[in-house]
Design a protein around this ligand. Sequence first.
Ligand SMILES: Cc1cc2nc3c(=O)[nH]c(=O)nc-3n(C[C@H](O)[C@H](O)[C@H](O)COP(=O)(O)OP(=O)(O)OC[C@H]3O[C@@H](n4cnc5c(N)ncnc54)[C@H](O)[C@@H]3O)c2cc1C
Length: 508
Amino acid sequence: MGGSAPASGPDFSSGIKLSDCPAEGTLAGRVGDTGVLLSRLGGEFYAISATCTHYGGALSEGHISERDVRCPLHHACFDLKTGAVLRAPALDPLDRWRVDIEGEQLFVREKLPSARAKALPESDVRRIVIIGGGAAGLACAVELRKIGYQGSIAMLTEDRDPPYDRPNLSKDYLAGTAQNEWMPLRSEDWYRENDIDLRLRTKVDVLDIEMREVRSNSGERVPFDRLLLAMGSEPRRLEQEGFSGPNVHTLRSFADARAIIEHAKPNSRAVILGSSFIGLEAAAALRQRKVDVTVISPEKAPFERVFGAELGRSLQRLHEDHGVRFHLGNVGAAFQNGEVVLAKGERVPADFVLVGVGVTPRTALAEAAGLTVDNGVWVNEQLETSCPSVFAAGDIAAYPDPLTQERVRIEHWTVAERQGQIAAANMLGAKQRFDSAPFFWTEQHGVTVRYIGHATRWDDIRSEGEIGIEQTLLRYYQEGEHLASATINRDKGNLEDELKLEARMRGH
Ligand SMILES: Cc1cc2nc3c(=O)[nH]c(=O)nc-3n(C[C@H](O)[C@H](O)[C@H](O)COP(=O)(O)OP(=O)(O)OC[C@H]3O[C@@H](n4cnc5c(N)ncnc54)[C@H](O)[C@@H]3O)c2cc1C
């Protein structure tokens, strides 16, 4: 699933000389077999785990500042003193240990309980309702309990499964290399222990702002003091003949992934429409199941609109080397008699079809309730919608980009979770700004591309070194402004660019 922290370096539990510790800063070592980061900050010592609680990334290989540490894999961020999670995609804190000084020696001793969150401002909020049990919804619920909110939390979700690791659906899970147990983001006990009223298969049909309640398809009425809208996106479907049958899939939910796996027998033939993330991650995963895969897409190169044509072509070659066939500059016109008919005439046999042609935000509920909606539910920088007390986060939220001041809507896991965390604090009056640079990753045939920032258009791409699947660092510019970077095996470079983009966002 990811890297794991190497437990190398000095064993702090056996003691190290104080003179071997940095005067200010961090030293990587271990306690027995467990990787530990030992920091001296303002003259005090702190010891926290060196393994990210998200996918086990080695934090010693990430970015360490005088305040926090960022994971090189997916940019989770932790407090260097307490191990507390500062930013998703990690939701759980790092372990921490007591540090003792004896004469000229330093020892890392027993584990300490997790640090307590900062006290909340006084608030009369007693009932919080979250619509959607995905990335933003769950992160919001976790954060609310973490920061000490003691009122009720109802999470209403149309999904039949409790919140799960959606990005994995098109990667290890679809490939058959992830175990089922990896998928839920929280155990069933967690919802009970944290008093989260999780209602599955519950679609909210009506948001009544005046009455401050939501109504579900089964007639339930749930009142709220604060509401989070986190309904995510809906995959686009194709209208053309044959694309609504049982052998035609989209991939959004756990149930969708299970349905695809039913068809994905060795030597079965899959046609994938779309050459962006869902399409090509699924192509790679299905090849691991020895499915014969053909990708059809109107683009000249996969990912052309996101990464540019050159990196796109490198990724195309990677797929071709793994047996994926492409029909680019073409679209599926129909699915008839077990064949996908292309607009330019050819026919490609298919036992099943996966349509990966983008998503639309699920905004109908918000629109019907009278909230401001235009390509997403409009929120301010604190993620509050046009209706006070109603917040929105994740794929549906259109927010002011602190870098460009344009209103943007981002479809990334980490953004959704971070917005869920910020919305939680702001529902209780924290008034925090959402100002992290969007980050996503994609993995295909063992190659991971990480992307920081947001560039829907650019007039210049600058490369540091060669472009290829072994190593890449591309920066995207518009009118001389650096907007985003894509990297392969340049994780530190990606983290450094995140810091630079965020410094600009914060006006530094
Ligand atoms: C297969 C796949 C792989 C992905 N891989 C990556 C990746 O590698 N990296 C990355 O950054 N991003 C990835 N993404 C995108 C990422 O998963 C989304 O951006 C993220 O899940 C958005 O979070 P969200 O909370 O807004 O919505 P979601 O996580 O989609 O959750 C929305 C929830 O709302 C529920 N819902 C919708 N309408 C209603 C209603 N009316 N009433 C009640 N419940 C409702 C849905 O059932 C769902 O549970 C991937 C997406 C998919 C589908």
